[in-house]
Design a protein around this ligand. Structure first.
Ligand SMILES: *Cc1c(COP(=O)(O)O)cnc(C)c1O
Length: 419
């Protein structure tokens, strides 16, 4: 190994050297030696309209010429102000304030800290966090605490805080989840419930009903617990609507957005909060301040990219593109529903997933890397979660490009079966 770079979620002892990408264009990546790869996972779920959308690229260039970075405590700038106003106008509900950070994990950390700060400033002893089984909320200590436990965080377990874990709301067994939430809330010490609305991403692309999301929120409302929607992955159209909460008719107290916020061009995240949560921190008593920041909070270039992303949403037929992609995904996946080599063919908006039927399951199962290599050999960037193959393409993908992926998935089953 010649490179000093330590890559994320990479076991360097068994994985080949990283592939150098020199260029991105729409749904495609191009390697240094000119090979093309179809980016079916939107470069880890961030690229929404395709790589290098001209409008977003231009906004980045223009902003870089004006103001690159400025401290965000005591100072502000046009892109941050405009983005905050326009995001709130889009998301609506009870959300009234925008707190900036720079990744999904930090957006969730901020959400958890806001929830705890809210109760402390109101002098109520509520400190427990409730989360779903199989949840993923990030890789920092706080967000790992809220997420599912397993091989990913075993080493850090001694530092993780305890949360109340609700069983995943499998179809037909939603009452088990709701009863567990009611039980947890009965103690009166629940600060907040945090959920990925409608779709648990890293936990295996697990879907659940919108009604269950509404029911969970209603239970929180009754008991006074805050409701946090982690829309880091589901936001910006992935589930078919702008946010997953929008299609479920749910209005959270706190919402985290990150991955698609700049169209996938720059790192940026926001935590949106209700007026009540902001107001609980609003005081002449400085000890009630919301104590959080990161150096690059609301970086102007990233904010300008996010504003340009909203322009794309406003001025291009993005919703139409998404609706079409949702239909294609549903059509392609339907063909796998009767195929005994696959199980749980499912879609949630623009995202499709199917499980390859194999004995050896789970994230560390040897099947994952085999599939990954097979797809790469076909010029396709797909990164299965264990035996779960999913497609989360940018919205600019064409039907023919998607067809390449589904053909390879069908062949993958034969390839695996032959071993
Ligand atoms: C990816 C993800 C995160 C973490 O975001 P990062 O930007 O990778 O830190 C948090 N929550 C959900 C639901 C995610 O999918």
């Amino acid at each position: 190994m010649s490179s000093p770079v330590w890559h994320p979620f990479t076991q360097h002892a068994v994985q080949p050297d990283a592939i150098e990408i020199a260029r991105g264009d729409g749904a495609w990546l191009e390697t240094r030696d000119g090979a093309r790869l179809l980016d079916l996972i939107s470069s880890w779920w961030v690229v929404t309209h395709g790589h290098r959308h001209p409008r977003i690229v231009q906004a980045i260039k223009d902003q870089a010429d004006q103001l690159d970075q400025v401290i965000f405590a005591g100072f502000t700038h046009r892109p941050a102000e405009e983005l905050a106003t326009r995001l709130l106008a889009r998301v609506g509900g009870d959300l009234a304030h925008v707190f900036y950070s720079d990744s999904g994990s930090t957006a969730v950390e901020v959400a958890l800290k806001m929830a705890l700060g809210f109760w402390r400033n109101k002098a109520e002893r509520r400190t427990r966090i409730v989360a779903l089984e199989h949840a993923y909320h990030g890789d920092t200590i706080g967000t790992m605490s809220a997420g599912a436990r397993g091989v990913f965080n075993a080493a850090y377990e001694p530092l993780l805080f305890d949360v109340v874990r609700l069983p995943f709301p499998h179809a037909g067994r939603e009452d088990v989840t709701l009863d567990a939430l009611r039980d947890a809330c009965r103690g009166g010490d629940v600060a907040a419930l945090i959920v990925e609305p409608l779709l648990l991403g890293a936990g295996g692309m697990l879907t659940y009903r919108a009604q269950t999301l509404r029911d969970m929120q209603a239970i929180c409302r009754e008991s006074g617990a805050l409701f946090i929607a982690d829309e880091v992955m589901t936001g910006f159209g992935r589930t078919g609507s702008f946010t997953a909460c929008e299609q479920a008719g749910v209005t959270p107290d706190i919402m985290c957005l990150a991955k698609g916020i700049t169209g996938g061009s720059m790192p940026l995240a926001v935590t949106l909060s209700s007026k009540a949560i902001f107001d609980a921190h609003y005081s002449t008593d400085r000890s009630k301040t919301f104590f959080h920041s990161s150096s690059y909070t609301a970086n102007p270039i990233a904010c300008a990219a996010a504003v340009a992303n909203l322009d794309v949403w406003d001025e291009e037929p993005v919703r139409q593109r998404i609706a079409t992609l949702c239909q294609w995904q549903a059509d392609f996946v339907a063909a796998f529903a009767q195929d005994a080599r696959f199980a749980n063919a499912r879609t949630c908006g623009t995202i499709a997933a199917i499980d390859l039927v194999v004995a050896d399951q789970g994230y560390l199962a040897s099947i994952g890397p085999k599939l990954y290599d097979f797809f790469l050999s076909r010029g396709l960037l797909l990164r299965p979660l264990g035996n779960t193959i999913y497609l989360m393409p940018p919205y600019c993908i064409t039907r023919d490009e998607l067809a390449l992926a589904y053909a390879a998935i069908a062949d993958a089953a034969d390839m695996i079966g032959a071993r």
